[in-house]
Design a protein around this ligand. Structure first.
Ligand code: NAG
Length: 356
């Protein structure tokens, strides 16, 4: 009897422990796939080798629309941000969230949509951001595995890289616009400014790079076959980075762009029309049809080339977002005590490690 009483008491502690519960009731909504995994978190402490410090609480300024804990994902005053979470880039994702909250004048009005293919990550996020408004969506890697061709290069690629293709299908239908962000960046300006981007008649907005050599993103087989290269007829395609995008999900859904992207991925399996993985299908569908966004919102390439240990500098002009795209990541370089100069700008947002 004593023993079962103890077990009940322990269960009660686990069930009632605030960090294990979705915080405000409105956030209790979760992707149904995930419920099975997350119903019984194994312990109160963040699991695995990860430990993140708790971020300070960030509060809305007086002139923000009301964003109390009870408001749900469909509230029209929210800014929606989608980010992937996986163990490899978790430290980056947590730093990205931290940076967004710190520079927002209405941090409590930002709603995060986390895309995951692994379990146990929700409790880590909750431990760092106890009052964060968020929802976790399970992205089944099998959805894209059959569509990723099996070259060596692409075998190294994470299925989660493709999750951005499925945002319109995964997120609540009431979410009509979302900012998609990679996990290796920090935002140093108010995300609400990016949110208010005028997309005009376009479905996505992103900084464009028209001086980049667009030819190299596709194979000679692509350019020599009119069935494929004809896709760009009537457009002036420019490279854009898919790590920072403002997406009109309503328009995306009505046109059915997910299927259009999937059709190109099927063609890739038989005809090898490009070398990289998740980027070219986006270029195929949207390049030349992108609402331009100021370059300050994607100062990309800061990862540089880790093999040669090269450090990159910022592009000229103002900076609202720093993006460590490329093979080097600031957290690895800082840990190895060989940081690039700009990596020190990432460090203040890092929450990895135990409380000091
Ligand atoms: C662009 O890239 C293609 C393919 O790599 C190359 O053949 C072409 O010379 C490049 N063009 C310029 C202007 O650099």
């Amino acid at each position: 009897m004593r023993f079962s009483g103890l077990v009940s008491a322990l269960l009660a502690i686990i069930v009632l422990s605030p960090s294990l519960q979705s915080f405000p009731p409105a956030e209790a909504i979760r992707s149904s796939h995930l419920d099975a995994y997350l119903r019984f978190p194994s312990s109160d402490a963040p699991p695995h080798r990860f430990s993140f410090r708790r971020a300070p609480l960030f509060r809305n300024a007086a002139d923000c629309a009301a964003a109390d804990a009870g408001i749900g994902v469909c509230s029209p005053s929210l800014v929606h941000v989608a980010i992937t979470l996986d163990f490899e880039y978790l430290r980056g994702s947590i730093a990205a969230v931290h940076s967004i909250l710190q520079h927002s004048s209405c941090p409590e009005s930002v709603f995060f949509h986390f895309l995951v293919s692994e379990t146990d990550l929700e409790s880590l996020v909750r431990a760092s951001f106890p009052e964060l408004k968020f929802k976790v969506y399970y992205f089944d890697p099998e959805i894209v595995r059959s569509m990723i061709s099996t070259s060596v290069r692409q075998a190294l690629e994470q299925p989660l890289n493709y999750a951005r293709n499925y945002l319109a299908d995964m997120l609540e239908p009431c979410v009509r616009r979302v900012i998609y962000l990679d996990s290796d960046l920090i935002v140093v300006d108010d995300i609400a400014k990016l949110w208010r981007t005028n997309l005009g008649s376009k479905t996505i907005g992103a900084p464009e790079y028209c001086h980049a050599n667009f030819t190299k993103y596709f194979t000679p087989a692509f350019w020599s076959d009119e069935r494929f290269s004809g896709a760009f007829r009537g457009r002036s395609p420019c490279y854009f980075n898919t790590g920072v995008m403002v997406m009109d999900l309503e328009r995306w859904r009505s046109v059915g762009y997910t299927e259009v992207i999937e059709r190109w991925m099927e063609i890739q399996k038989s005809d090898r029309i490009y070398e990289l993985g998740s980027l070219p299908p986006f270029l195929l569908v949207f390049a030349g049809e992108v609402a331009p966004i100021e370059h300050r919102w994607n100062q990309h390439g800061l990862g540089g080339d880790n093999v040669r240990g090269s450090c990159r500098d910022l592009h000229p002009g103002p900076v609202s977002l720093l993006h460590w795209s490329g093979s080097g990541k600031p957290w690895f370089r800082l840990d190895s005590r060989k940081p690039c100069p700009l990596d020190t700008l990432w460090a203040p947002y890092d929450l990895y490690g135990h409380s000091r």
